[in-house]
Ligand binder design. Structure first.
Ligand SMILES: [Zn+2]
Length: 65
């Protein structure tokens, strides 16, 4: 019975064998996704520093006194 691991990205069962080139990932795609997630965590870019993303700018209604 072959040993299987679960792909950390998509949770698919991956056979732990020399044929599974990307183990513990099921594919190169999942490997890159996980690598990308790791890198974005490592080099966390402050999202609020991004210019031009103020899509939620609501008209400020001043409190009436
Ligand atoms: Zn996968």
């Amino acid at each position: 019975m072959p040993t299987t691991v679960k792909c950390p990205t998509c949770r698919r069962a991956v056979e732990w064998s020399p044929e599974s080139l990307y183990r513990p990932f099921c594919s190169d795609r999942c490997r890159l996704i996980d690598l990308g997630a790791w890198l974005s965590e490592k080099h966390a870019i402050p999202a609020d520093a991004e210019p031009g993303l103020e899509g939620e700018s609501q008209p400020a209604t001043p409190p009436e006194h």
